[in-house]
Design a protein around this ligand. Structure first.
Ligand code: SF4
Ligand code: SF4
Length: 238
């Protein structure tokens, strides 16, 4: 019912399944029935996502948002017809872009893993209330091409240094998504596929251990093999 409920993952899923275009019909800005004004967030999300599509080589015109009230059937019909015309003009997903289905799927699967990170990294901009112009193309530069390129190429990761971790378990207790493999007496490991890159672990790791490092745009070193994870307590080495 509410455009504010449209998550980036919904759009990704549609394109991953080969849908040629995604149209979001939202209530007029500043006419939300709730204090949340979720349609502003959806507008920002669409602006960001159009840049992401552009980055992966998909025509951003395949994603569109338009604003209308429940009483404006004519606006809905005109908007959808116009969108369908645009999409027919662009062609089937992947064809004008020169990408086959599996390439698109693989590219979008990489983006899907980054959704929580994108939401955290761009939290403030995604929540901002822009002016109420409803031609979203006017906001094209709310997220710039360079900004989104940097966002996707300098992805942040967190890594637990096996030589420093003392298995105090603090990080695992505070991780909001249970992304830290935590075994008593063993070096802790961040499951990179589950980690949403919120940065909580680096903040709570006790300074005397300082075992967590923030990596930017770098590969994360592999964890030590399971039989080499026993913690050597500080001061007991050798
Ligand atoms: S960055 Fe956040 S999600 Fe990732 S391991 Fe640390 S606390 Fe968990
Ligand atoms: S908080 Fe730091 S020392 Fe404690 S288990 Fe996590 S990484 Fe290791």
């Amino acid at each position: 019912m509410c455009s504010g409920r449209v998550d980036m993952s919904f759009i990704l899923r549609a394109f991953s399944k080969g849908i040629d275009g995604v149209f979001i019909g939202a209530c007029h800005l500043n006419e939300c029935n709730y204090v949340t004004h979720g349609n502003f967030q959806t507008l920002n999300m669409v602006l960001l996502f159009r840049r992401i599509l552009e980055y992966v080589g998909i025509n951003p015109e395949r994603l569109r948002i338009r604003f209308m009230s429940g009483a404006e059937a004519n606006v809905f019909v005109e908007s959808v017809n116009d969108f369908v015309k645009t999409i027919r003009g662009i062609g089937p997903l992947g064809k004008p872009e020169g990408m086959d289905k599996s390439t698109i799927e693989a590219k979008l699967a990489e983006i899907a893993k980054l959704i929580p990170y994108l939401k955290v990294a761009k939290r403030e901009k995604l929540a901002q209330r822009l002016d109420s112009h409803e031609e979203y193309e006017k906001y094209e530069d709310v997220f710039t091409k360079e900004e989104v390129k940097q966002l996707l190429e300098e992805v942040v990761s967190y890594y637990i240094d096996p030589k420093k971790c003392q298995a105090c378990m603090t990080c695992a207790r505070r991780c909001p998504v249970d992304a830290i493999i935590s075994v008593k007496g063993q070096i802790h490991i961040i499951d990179q596929d589950k980690c949403i890159k919120c940065g909580t672990c680096i903040q709570v790791c006790p300074p005397r251990f300082a075992a967590i490092t923030k990596l930017v745009g770098e590969p994360v070193p592999p964890p030590p093999p399971e039989d080499q994870r026993a913690v050597v307590r500080k001061g007991k080495e050798g």
